[in-house]
Design a protein around this ligand. Structure first.
Ligand code: NAD
Length: 500
């Protein structure tokens, strides 16, 4: 039996609006094609309301007047509420985005960790004192940047909202969240958790809608002081132009074509599952997916055979059934990924991926099989373009230098993996790789919120996660005082005025 679609409202301060001036949108379960939610789409009127609410919350609201430890407790409370609703949020996220349930649980746990981590940071955001010599005092104060806009993609919506919003709130900002029109559902759960934790009205606002309408209006709005954008390079470039139109800074978390370097001395039993998970998680729809496997020539054929064996039996299914791999986000994205299967055939050999899933239960969904490509060089389109699907291109190398050169020969620079038992070789590669994060004999640590994440080159700029993320949401004010000693009164050389 089909269930009634959820209704997702807009949240502009205290106002919860079930209608937006840009009509409604529908969110579809990508495993079935069934509509699971109807959401109000914001137009100009609701964008104005949301920005006004955020401005008022930042400029005159109680958030910045609270003592830091009180704000810290409230943020930590958001994390507790998220964990208390873990099952419901994970199920909704799995259905809305198509990802296997275990990945959706990971997202929810990660979101809660961001609130624990940045909640713990609120009362430690101090400035410095700077020595200028006698009779001068100088210090810096870290102040919140203002109204922070968070534009979110569809692949990890709940986790990515928390990744940006938790440090922004910790720094003292007010926020506006603009989710993707493909995955609007869990953003509303996020806002409800913030409201229940007692965050002041207007501090967290939700503006669903089309990127070209609501997203563009928000990014150009003079009431927005900073933008954190996560999404494609193409849209990121548009958002940068919008940000430049009113001279506000932005964080750009863009795409990737990350390399995994597999040396012949690696422990293959450990490395190959890491390589496979690194590319096939969430059907390859991960910005830092390790989509290029650079493998030492001597083990190339063995590695390809073992990956082939491992990959061909992967079980596809709806996210809620927790399969090895769920669907892509939409039928149109499926068509785009399948076009790359043709490119792979032209540029090399497509060992797996071409067969359309035959299970009738999958017929309504956007399913593709995982693909393995060999024989295409590092300069081929299949090895250079972000496909955002489950396509692993395997390329041999003959020396460590060649491996690093190929890894760096990419327009992107998000992350890289190095698999070897030679720690000197691993450290030399880590030093030479032009990426924001290097993994050695690993490719993710679980709930990795503590250390910085972000790209080189076309993968963007600015850093998310870790204490580094806070800098995007703060301005530094310097205060300087000149306080020369007054001349000593006559009779007392030390300047002390006596009482008698
Ligand atoms: P997208 O660029 O199509 O959309 C991202 C967001 O931008 C959506 O909310 C969309 O509505 C909005 N948008 C679209 N046009 C806009 C405009 N003119 N002005 C303002 N906002 C606009 O990206 P997507 O397809 O949702 O996500 C996939 C991309 O995201 C991939 O390239 C992936 O690598 C990237 N990504 C990067 C990271 C990271 O941390 N580096 C994480 C996840 C995803």
């Amino acid at each position: 039996m089909k269930s009634t679609p959820l209704r997702i409202p807009l949240v502009c301060g205290r106002q919860i609006l079930n209608d937006g001036s840009d009509g409604v949108g529908h969110s579809v379960d990508p495993a079935t094609g069934e509509v699971i939610a109807v959401f109000a789409r914001a137009g100009a009127a609701e964008v104005e309301l949301a920005v006004a609410a955020a401005r008022a919350a930042f400029d005159t609201g109680p958030w910045r007047k609270m003592r830091p430890f009180e704000r810290a407790r409230m943020l930590q409370r958001v994390g507790e509420i998220i964990l208390a609703r873990r099952d419901d949020i994970a199920r909704l996220e799995s259905q809305d985005s198509g990802k296997p349930l275990r990945d959706a649980y990971w997202e929810v746990d990660c979101a809660a960790r961001f609130f624990e981590f940045y909640g713990g940071a609120v009362d430690k955001l101090h400035g410095n004192s700077i020595p200028l010599g006698p009779n001068w005092s100088d210090w810096t104060v870290k102040e919140p940047i203002g109204v922070s806009l968070h534009i979110i993609p569809w692949n990890y919506p709940f986790q990515l909202i928390a990744r940006g919003v938790a440090p922004a709130l910790a720094a003292g900002c007010a926020v506006i969240i603009k989710p993707s029109a493909d995955t609007p559902c869990t953003a509303w759960e996020f806002v409800k958790a913030c409201q229940e934790a007692g965050l002041p009205d207007g501090l967290v606002n939700l503006v669903n809608g089309r990127g070209s309408v609501a997203g563009d209006l928000l990014a150009r709005h003079k009431g927005v002081d900073q933008i954190t954008f996560t999404g494609s390079v193409e849209t990121g470039e548009r958002v940068m132009v919008a940000a430049a139109s009113h001279a506000v800074p932005c964080n750009m978390e863009l795409g990737g074509k990350s390399a995994q370097l597999l040396f012949a001395d690696a422990d293959l039993d450990r490395a190959l599952p890491i390589v496979a998970n690194g590319v096939f998680t969430h059907c390859g729809q991960v910005c830092n997916a390790g989509t290029r496997l650079l493998v030492e020539h001597a083990i190339h054929d063995e590695v390809v055979a073992r990956l082939h064996e491992r990959t061909k039996g992967m079980r596809l299914g709806a996210g809620l059934d927790d399969p090895d791999m769920g669907p892509l986000i939409s039928k149109s994205h499926q068509a785009s990924v399948e076009r790359y299967y043709d490119v792979a055939r032209q540029e090399g050999e497509l060992l797996l991926g071409a067969e359309t899933p035959s299970d009738p239960k999958l017929a309504g969904g956007a399913f593709v099989r995982p693909a393995l490509v060999v024989g295409a060089g590092n300069r081929s389109r299949i090895a250079r373009e972000e496909i955002f699907g489950p396509v692993l291109t395997v390329i041999p190398f003959r020396s460590a230098q060649e491996a690093v050169d190929m890894a760096n020969d990419s327009p992107f620079g998000l992350v890289a993996g190095v698999h070897t038992t030679n720690i000197s070789a691993a450290l030399a590669a880590a030093e030479a790789l032009r990426v924001g994060q290097v993994w050695i004999n690993a490719f993710g640590v679980g709930l990795d919120v503590e250390f910085p994440f972000g790209g080189y080159k076309l993968s963007g700029f600015g850093r998310e996660k870790g204490l580094e993320a806070l800098a995007a949401y703060q301005q530094i004010k310097n205060v300087c005082i000149h306080h020369p000693m007054p001349p000593a009164p006559a009779g007392r050389p030390d300047g002390v005025v006596s009482a008698d």
